[in-house]
Design a protein around this ligand. Structure first.
Ligand code: DGL
Length: 272
């Protein structure tokens, strides 16, 4: 069982921020990634649709024999909360690990949360933070355009469009004097340099991909599911839209080229 892969999914490419961290934390692990690139974004869809897509994604990974599933998507983690209880393998989303890290990091008790509209409307991060410390002030802001910027490679802090959108969305959080900001969507770490530049170095950014990878590594250790092989593991990627587009954008997320490890799969008619 411990040699089976870790399954990770996202609505698109954002979850690759968790893959990158997991590969550097646990290089011997095999990873199977599913990016639902034909149906991204999830963050503007209804609750029922997000739950249906999330279940199709998770059951696809289960059909590949994974030993654990990570929903590396803020939207799925916030909305499809019942998934954890129906899966036969250990599961984590991004909300619990990321909120826990933010509570640890804040000094002033003023935490900002940014995510998709579905994530922010669910109040998932806010509730998780308040369940850990009810005296913390949480200020939320949805930033749906960040997903499109990242998927279209608009990521440089020197790009006028990026600067403008960052300022438009984050001005209120800056004025509110937050000292910690949760990047509650796994796409957002890619524009972290632009966000940090705008908010200044005094604000700590909490990367949901990174925190979730750390949490998943601990969970595997606790369950005695770590792969003890000595050779490096493999990564396989599945996407529901074109393989070429995935290769192009995946390079930005992973900092390396992706070749034949990526295949196309259609889950549209999966009966789950
Ligand atoms: N990575 C997803 C999330 O964390 C992307 C957003 C979307 O599909 O709208 O929410």
């Amino acid at each position: 069982m411990s040699e089976n892969a870790i399954g990770i999914f996202d609505s698109g490419l954002g979850g690759l921020t968790a893959v990158k961290e997991l590969v550097s934390l646990l290089p011997q692990e095999n990873i199977i990634y599913f990016g639902d690139t034909a149906r991204v974004p999830y963050g503007t869809r209804s609750r029922q649709t997000i739950i249906k897509y999330a279940r199709q994604d998770a059951y696809f990974l289960l059909s590949r024999g994974v030993k654990m599933i990570i929903a590396a998507c803020g939207t799925v983690s916030s909305v499809a909360v019942g998934l954890k209880d129906e899966l036969p393998v250990p599961f984590t989303g991004v909300v619990v690990p990321t909120a826990a890290a933010a509570v640890q990091a804040t000094r002033t008790g003023r935490i900002g949360v940014i995510g998709t509209s579905a994530t922010v409307n669910s109040g998932s991060y806010k509730n998780e933070i308040l369940s850990r410390n009810k005296d913390i002030t949480v200020i939320q802001q949805d930033c749906p355009l960040f997903v499109s910027l990242v998927e279209n490679s608009f990521i440089s802090p020197d790009d006028d469009i990026v600067r403008l959108v960052v300022e438009r969305y984050l001005q209120r959080l800056k004025n509110e004097g937050i000292d910690t900001l949760i990047l509650g969507c796994t796409h957002f770490p890619i524009i972290a340099p632009a966000i940090q530049q705008y908010l200044g170095d005094a604000v700590t950014l909490i990367d949901s991909g990174r925190e979730t990878a750390l949490y998943a590594a601990n969970l595997l250790r606790e369950k005695h599911l770590l792969n003890t092989a000595v050779q490096p593991g493999t990564c396989r990627y599945y996407v529901s839209d074109t393989v070429e587009d995935f290769r192009r954008v995946a390079e930005i997320f992973l900092n390396r080229t992706v070749g034949n490890e990526v295949s196309h799969i259609n889950l549209e008619h999966a009966h789950i």
